[in-house]
Design a protein around this ligand. Structure first.
Ligand code: NAP
Ligand code: ZN
Length: 346
């Protein structure tokens, strides 16, 4: 067993505390990763606060993991000691179902094993990246391109792939008008990636406070959703809307912004249900869809795409003692645009 230092939370309204967790001995295909940086995703907060259902505390969140391979199991072929690698939101899946065979492990019909708040193949609870080490089977580890620093790479493992995958699937490109709702961790990645894919990008943020940043990330235009005129002005004008908002919003109002055959993809995952009026869909053959992260092959493709297009998230590095404060700031939409924990401060 390997002992790792970690930060854990004991309940929905508890602060983080220092702890030690055990990582399993390496199985034949496992790699041991010394974690250097871990991003803070809003999903960590939903989970830590119990908003997605009951949680087995203590919980160590973190599924935006970047680090260095320090040991490999005897049958590992993909990685060697010293490699720069990442781990995202899942650490295993059945590998045999139709979806896994297609490379869509995130939609594993037997349920993928999440990086934290899950149970692994050995019956042990999974614990995430707010820790110094993790053991993961090589098939769920991705390679970080040399041109991307480890701190900037971390958020790509969730925020990057969660936005790349639907933009890819719904074919964001030169002839597509794409709107991104919410300019937080996911939102700012969606803007950068959609822009690099050649789409015409609009940001829909609550206010105009972050307009300069949004345009700098690659948006052509930027509107405030607290202004009702925005919805009149932009009615019917997008082919694809990516909603990254972590709270309930008026879905019908956003559907009204779609053109004929347009799709609104929800990646935001608030704890409460979102409702809509089918009339918002049927009159213009619109679709309302959802999407979660991406498969391992697609995650590697996203990292290589980001390297090729010089795309990195805008991050604020914090120490392990600042996690509680960072959670408060994310909840107040005061994040520019991803907090990343420097694990050496653990
Ligand atoms: P984040 O950094 O907090 O960004 C969310 C943004 O939504 C905020 O910056 C804010 O943008 C906007 N927002 C927040 N509260 C709002 C409200 N009440 N009304 C309108 N807009 C509001 O969060 P994130 O890490 O990007 O994650 C966003 C959501 O995606 C979370 O629910 C998370 O769990 C989910 N998620 C899903 C997946 C998946 O696989 N589908 C993966 C990762 C995360 P403005 O300030 O610009 O308005
Ligand atoms: Zn995430």
């Amino acid at each position: 067993m390997i002992t790792a230092k970690a930060r854990a939370v004991d309940g929905p309204d508890q602060p983080f505390r220092t702890t030690e967790i055990k990582r399993r001995d390496l199985d034949s295909h496992d790699v041991l990763i010394e974690i250097k940086y871990a991003g803070i995703c809003h999903s960590d907060i939903h989970t830590a606060h119990g908003e997605w259902g009951p949680v087995n505390y203590p919980l160590v969140p973190g599924h935006e993991i970047a680090g260095i391979v320090t040991e490999v199991g005897p049958e590992v072929t993909k990685y060697k000691v010293g490699d720069r690698v990442g781990v995202g939101c899942m650490v295993d899946s059945c590998g045999e179902c139709e979806n896994c065979r297609k490379g869509d492990e995130q939609y594993c019909l037997n349920g993928n094993i999440p990086t934290y708040a899950g149970v692994d193949k050995y019956g042990e609870p999974t614990q995430g990246g707010y820790s110094t080490h993790i053991v993961v089977t090589e098939g769920f580890v991705v390679r970080i391109p040399d041109s991307i620093s480890l701190d900037a790479a971390a958020p790509l493992l969730c925020a990057g792939i969660t936005t790349y995958s639907p933009l890819n699937h719904w074919e964001a490109g030169p002839d597509k008008r794409v709107a991104v709702v919410g300019l937080g961790g996911l939102g700012h990645m969606a803007v950068k990636i959609a822009h690099a894919m050649g789409a015409e990008v609009t940001v829909l943020s609550q206010t105009l406070k972050k307009k300069e940043d949004g345009l700098h990330f690659g948006a052509e235009s930027y509107f405030a959703t607290n202004n009702p005129e925005t919805f009149e002005k932009l009615a019917g004008s997008f082919d694809l809307i990516i909603n990254t908002v972590s709270a309930q919003i008026d879905i019908d109002a956003y559907l009204s912004l779609l053109a004929l055959d347009g799709t609104l993809v929800n990646v935001g995952a608030p704890g409460e249900p979102l409702s809509l009026n089918v009339m918002s869909l049927i009159g213009h053959r619109r679709s309302f869809a959802g999407s979660t992260i991406g498969g391992i092959r697609e995650t590697q493709e996203m990292l290589d795409f980001c390297a090729e297009h010089n795309i990195v998230p805008k991050i604020e590095i914090i120490s392990a003692d600042e996690i509680d404060e960072a959670y408060k700031r994310v909840l107040a939409s005061d994040v520019k645009y991803r907090f990343v924990i420097d694990i050496s401060t653990m």
